[in-house]
Design a protein around this ligand. Structure first.
Ligand code: SF4
Length: 254
């Protein structure tokens, strides 16, 4: 069983790892948008990156749709009267999932919760030994997830599967994700959420300048900055620590 990465500790969730069971793999819950907001509804210092997120979801779906059961069209469990209880669980346990998020989701957290509540043995979360962070089972990953695998309930035969080296591999041998790569880097050396260089914005598109004109807004303080590049998840290299672009979003606490 492989698990979906949650970007935060889950507090009171009990862990049910069984001896010998492989709780491993990477991938994030992307519907959580905890950015500082200004009065106008924009993230501080620039454009909200909802567009980026939507584009990434759509790119994942475009890739994964070939491996999705044709009859599967809805990937969100409806809870009806149980919805308030679900939201309370999310809140009480600091689950990195926004119940108010609309549109496609990369993880059916409601389905996980429902399964956990009913004692489904698949609905167990555990710490990934590769990154020491909490993960959830692939079973509720939707085709919008970057590591949608054959273990998802919506996967069709031939979907990518995890091998013994914690790599997500297509039937023809292409490695889509390497969970043991440094810092969870994807194949090709990218970090989670990082676009390929070809798909990143050009400097011109985002108004990149190598020396920031704003005292408290520099790439090194931005959520998209990759320190060990240095690089940016969304903007083409080269990227300087002291640079700036109009897509700047301050890191929490920076
Ligand atoms: S170029 Fe710098 S400011 Fe712009 S999104 Fe990337 S890290 Fe942030």
């Amino acid at each position: 069983m492989h698990l979906h990465l949650a970007g935060a500790e889950a507090g009171a969730i009990s862990l049910h790892q069984k001896p010998g069971q492989g709780f491993k793999h990477g991938g994030y819950i992307h519907n959580v948008k905890k950015k500082p907001r200004q009065a106008g509804g924009r993230a501080e210092g620039g454009e909200a990156d909802d567009d980026d997120e939507s584009a990434r979801f759509q790119a994942n779906f475009a890739r994964n749709s070939a491996w999705t059961k044709p009859e599967a069209t809805d990937f969100n469990t409806r809870l009806g009267q149980l919805e308030p209880a679900f939201r309370q669980w999310v809140k009480n346990n600091s689950i990195p999932f926004d119940p108010k998020a609309r549109g496609p989701q990369d993880y059916d957290m409601r389905g996980f919760w429902k399964g956990m509540r009913s004692g489904d043995p698949i609905a167990a979360s555990a710490i990934d030994p590769n990154d020491s962070r909490l993960h959830y089972p692939d079973y509720w990953k939707t085709p919008y997830h970057e590591t949608f695998s054959s273990e998802s309930q919506w996967a069709a035969p031939g979907a990518p599967s995890w091998n013994g080296q914690d790599q997500l591999v297509t039937p023809d041998g292409q490695i889509l994700f390497d969970d043991r790569a440094p810092k969870g880097r994807a194949e090709g050396g990218r970090v989670p959420g990082e676009l390929t260089e070809a798909n990143k914005h050009s400097h011109q598109e985002v108004g990149y300048v190598s020396v920031s004109p704003r005292k408290r807004q520099r790439c090194e303080l931005c959520t998209k900055y990759i320190k060990d590049g240095p690089a940016c998840k969304k903007v083409q290299s080269p990227i300087a620590a002291g640079a700036w672009c109009k897509r700047f979003v301050r890191k929490p606490g920076a």
